[in-house]
Design a protein around this ligand. Sequence first.
Ligand code: CUA
Length: 165
Amino acid sequence: MHIDRYERLFLYAAVALLVVFMGALAVSSFAFGIRVPTAYEQVDPRTVATPPSPWGLPEAERMRELSPGRYEVYVLAQMWQFTPRTIIVPKGSQVTFYVTSRDIQHGFKIANTNVNMMALPGEVGVLSATFDTPGTYNVICHEYCGALHHTMFGQIVVEESGAER
Ligand code: CUA
């Protein structure tokens, strides 16, 4: 079958581009560890706020220190608040957020970090961030969730005191 020279070059170029894109995908996935956020696990939104569910614990017990400087925190979203609303960690902490909703769709975004996900009833979203710079990081609900959506926020307070650990 005769294929025109330019058409053949074009076919080669298209295949070469595909190889480049697949390579970029492999590098970002394996070398840089970039992952698309997906549901970590399923929960029942009707019982998720009741012990022994970790989202049913008192606010003060929602955060656990797993090892020095490494925390996990269970954040529950509902109309129109996050609990715990304020999370306090020392500078340099690596915090993993387990986020779900007990009612409708919310969002969970921490300003100046890569933490940005939906909070969905029945699904648990998980993302981590390392807080090297002391200060207050605002947490906002960025999915419209009704009349008081704009009042739904929280904060991460990163304290200087982490230095002497
Ligand atoms: Cu919750 Cu908007």
